[in-house]
Design a protein around this ligand. Structure first.
Ligand code: FAD
Length: 559
């Protein structure tokens, strides 16, 4: 008789654990419990089904219980909720419509119950016009509102990735969409100046963005729903999508003796074992170690959940593969732009007290002379002492995912900015440049690390003292006339060598150009002439992105 393994949860973590386990152990008895009617659904695809990009519902069902049984000999029990775990007796209690309540014993147990949308106890929260999105049934309900009930307006609450994807997809099918977010930016994995570029894209596609506003309550109307915000604004719409985050779906473990973190996440070691032998846990429900800063965190993403499922199965059959932490590598489509990030952002590095440098570059996705090139804004964060890469964020129309994936790979291998300069990446004009954007980010970072240039970020302009510093725009007069940072004088880089007399050497010279490159050249000229110089990393373009304030201009208006 082989070992008996029970798995709770049949989507990303649970289903991948089940398949891996079977491939490693043909004799095991594997029972997979899923509370809902479907397993292995493509939750990541749900918003795109609502937006009609994915047209056939069946395509969201990656695996069926029958196929799982046939291919992997897995006893899949849908509509079966595990309501309690008894680690002492090695049993779980199951509630099923078909079989009633019963117990099942195990030799090993994998918990993969995922995370559920948060529904705060606000007035009116029980309204039938408020929808959350996790399962295929949620999608069906929203789809019905839009297609059968002909909803024409939606209020999306929450600017995380599900909220943003839902806003885009509802807009794509013609709804008037307002997105309300409590903090001052959308998409928390990004720093504000990067998120602003995506916010602007949303606004330019007609999404009404309301930031720094909390929802206070909901009220059903005869023909819609009213949403009251903290600043007194009252919105009305046909439906509300509530996407303010997720909480681990671990209520059934509360009295089990399985250790949970402060927000209910299951605590595991690097073997993904809980505090009980033979009980493993994976996916959105667990606490993980942040790969960059080593602190406990929770990162609800599909990639980590799938990998953890595989690793837990490995451990059950005695294969020793540690889980080394989660980087949070993330990508999102926002209308015509893509945003992606990996590792820690500035907010996290500051919180953890990790000393870092930042550099921005804005190269084209491929050779500028090849038709269709478009710029990528790439932000790189690296350790002040050894140049270890700590995080990266990018926004652009094309080629963003590839650059973040390259950097994410290097980070996994504990790479530094020096490694970035050495990467030899595939190049031909339609795809990249001989110096790829990630090489460029590496070059600028090494220049900073080695003291060839000193940089400043837009934020520092707020505390600049004009008595001791001089701000110089080294772009052309035409560029300067079209818009510049207030308080700056204009000396184009090509004239700089002849106009040194205009610069007071007792003051520190702060130069800037459009994207940082001419500023760097200017800073090198001046440094070699004995000036103390700093260059605005990312240039005026990054400055504008940092200044941008979403929600100030009515949606749909050009900015
Ligand atoms: P889940 O996928 O949530 O699966 C857990 C399952 O366990 C659920 O089906 C639940 O019903 C079941 N369950 C829970 N408790 C019990 C119980 N007691 N008994 C029986 N069954 C139980 N991630 C990305 O990386 N990229 C994306 O683009 C992306 N897009 C997303 C879009 C949406 C709309 C959503 C909802 C999620 C998205 N995610 C995305 C997140 C990703 O889907 C999750 O990180 C991943 O599914 C987590 O896998 P999991 O197995 O831990 O949990």
């Amino acid at each position: 008789m082989g070992r008996k393994v029970l798995i709770v949860g049949g989507v990303a973590g649970g289903a991948s654990a089940a398949a891996r386990l079977r491939r490693l152990d043909e004799d095991a008895t594997i029972i997979l419990f899923e509370r809902e009617a479907h397993i292995s659904i493509a939750n990541c695809g749900l918003p795109y089904y609502i937006g009609d990009t994915i047209r056939e519902r069946e395509r969201l069902l990656v695996q069926t219980p029958e196929a799982m049984q046939k291919r992997f000999k897995i006893d899949v029990r849908t509509e079966s909720e595990v309501v309690a775990v008894d680690p002492e007796r090695k049993r779980v209690r199951v509630r099923s419509n078909e079989r009633g309540e019963y117990e099942e014993s195990y030799d090993a147990l994998i918990l993969a119950p995922g995370a559920k949308p948060i529904r705060p106890p606000l007035p009116g929260i029980k309204s039938s016009r408020i929808f959350t999105l996790r399962h295929i049934e949620d999608t069906d309900r929203i789809k019905q509102q839009v297609t059968v009930r002909k909803a024409s307006s939606a209020i999306v609450v929450g600017g995380g990735f599900i909220g943003v994807e839902m806003a885009e997809n509802l807009r794509q099918i013609g709804l008037e969409v307002t997105l309300v977010e409590g903090t001052s930016q959308i998409l928390a994995p990004f720093d504000p100046e990067m998120a602003n570029q995506l916010a602007k894209e949303m606004e330019q596609h007609g999404i009404n963005l309301l930031l720094s506003r909390m929802v206070q309550g909901f009220r059903d109307l005869d023909n819609g729903i009213e949403v009251t915000l903290s600043d007194g604004t009252v919105l009305t719409g046909d439906l509300v999508i509530l996407a303010i985050g997720v909480a681990p779906d671990t209520d059934f473990l509360k009295n089990s003796g399985i250790e949970l973190g402060p927000r209910g996440h299951i605590r595991v070691n690097e073997r993904l074992e809980t505090n009980w032998p033979d009980i493993y846990a994976v996916g959105d429900a667990i606490e993980v170690v942040d790969f960059v800063n080593g602190r406990p965190t929770a990162i609800p993403l599909a990639g980590p959940a799938n990998k953890q499922g595989r690793i837990a199965a490995d451990h059950i059959v005695g294969r020793n593969q540690p889980y080394k932490g989660t980087q949070g590598t993330f990508v999102i489509k926002v209308f015509g732009l893509t945003g992606a990030s990996t590792g820690n952002n500035e907010k996290q590095l500051k919180q953890q007290g990790i000393p870092y440098h930042v550099t921005y570059v804005h190269p084209n996705n491929h050779a500028s002379y090849y038709p269709g090139a478009s710029p990528i804004s790439l932000k790189l964060l690296f350790h002040r002492e050894d140049g270890r890469i700590l995080g990266a964020q990018a926004v652009g129309a094309e080629g963003v995912d590839k650059r973040i994936d390259v950097i994410a790979t290097l980070m996994r291998l504990k790479g530094t900015v020096y490694d970035l300069t050495e990467l030899e990446l595939a190049y031909a004009p339609p795809y990249s440049s001989a110096k790829d954007p990630v090489n460029m980010a590496g070059y600028t970072a090494v220049n900073i690390l080695e003291g060839l240039t000193d940089v400043f970020v837009p934020e520092e302009l707020q505390t600049r003292d004009p008595k001791t510093t001089l701000l110089v725009d080294v772009r052309s007069p035409a560029e300067h006339a079209a818009g510049h940072i207030s308080g700056s004088i204009n000396i184009p880089v090509d004239e700089l060598r002849d106009r040194l007399a205009e610069l007071d050497p007792s003051r520190e010279i702060w130069v800037y150009c459009q994207v940082g490159l001419r500023g760097y050249t200017a800073s090198r000229i001046l440094m070699q002439r004995g000036y103390r110089v700093r260059n605005l990393t990312g240039g005026y373009k990054t400055y504008l992105a940092a200044q941008y304030s979403p929600g100030k201009i009515p949606a749909g208006q050009p900015k």
